[in-house]
Design a protein. Structure first.
Length: 259
């Protein structure tokens, strides 16, 4: 991949398929648990935090932070996605807590006057031509002692999903991106690479969680078991921070603190 993905053409479909699903709900539940831990480390009860939601899309997670009284700057490359975010924020009566910026994450520093307490960088890197460069630029915006919440599409989860679906030749061939899946990221990132990038940026990793370590691998075969969505969610919450399940998540969420 040589250029960054702009979601102007499929913003509405993206919102419906990604946010309006059980998969999206599981993702939000696990990440919100991690964010609550981050807030406790930042002593957020003492003062409003400044938060950068980089490539924030609809701002699902940052809206939860805004409801707690924190101030959000949300940037996105897609003007269409930014408009949808504004509408959703207005609907939830949170406009006074938001500033919206139409910008790529790589150029966000041009729009910020000060460093921030917390940055959210969720499910963006896998859509970028140079994910490491973008991550470094985003992490530069965090003040010393501040924290980062980084989520990325996991290469190992992508391999595992293709194998259990029988796409063995595809895996052996290096899993070239199939363009017909418009909502599937172009590539997965190897966790060991992302962890190294975060540490090289001067951060200490405080926690990791697998996002959908089980739900994405459950088949649709009849008579395969008697369970409800709530059971799957409970399983995810119970084991998502333990190996080897953590490293098999379709996404991995990392909490890190700037030294």
């Amino acid at each position: 991949m040589t250029e960054d993905r702009n979601f102007d053409d499929i913003a509405h479909k993206f919102v419906k398929n990604i946010y309006g699903s059980d998969k999206g709900e599981i993702r939000q539940v696990i990440v919100w648990e991690d964010l609550q831990d981050i807030l406790s480390q930042l002593n957020s009860n003492n003062r409003p935090l400044t938060v950068l939601d980089a490539g924030g899309g609809l701002g699902q997670m940052s809206q939860k932070l805004a409801k707690l009284g924190h101030d959000i700057t949300l940037c996105d490359l897609s003007s269409e996605m930014l408009q949808l975010a504004k509408q959703d924020v207005e609907r939830n009566e949170l406009s006074q807590r938001y500033r919206f910026i139409h910008s790529s994450v790589q150029k966000i520093e041009e729009h910020l006057e000060d460093s921030v307490d917390l940055v959210l960088f969720h499910a963006v890197m896998e859509w970028l031509g140079e994910p490491k460069v973008a991550l470094q630029k985003v992490l530069e915006q965090v003040k010393p002692g501040g924290m980062a919440s980084v989520m990325f599409y996991n290469h190992h989860g992508l391999v595992y999903k293709n194998v259990i679906c029988g796409n063995i030749p595809h895996v052996l061939g290096g899993m070239p991106h199939r363009k017909r899946f418009k909502l599937q990221p172009q590539k997965g990132l190897k966790p060991e690479d992302v962890y190294q990038w975060i540490e090289e940026a001067g951060f200490e990793i405080c926690g990791k969680s697998g996002i959908r370590s089980f739900s994405d691998y459950i088949g649709n075969m009849e008579y395969m078991g008697d369970y409800q969505y709530e059971d799957v969610l409970a399983l995810e919450k119970q084991l998502c921070r333990q190996e080897p399940y953590l490293s098999l998540g379709r996404y991995i969420h990392v909490s890190a603190k700037k030294k």
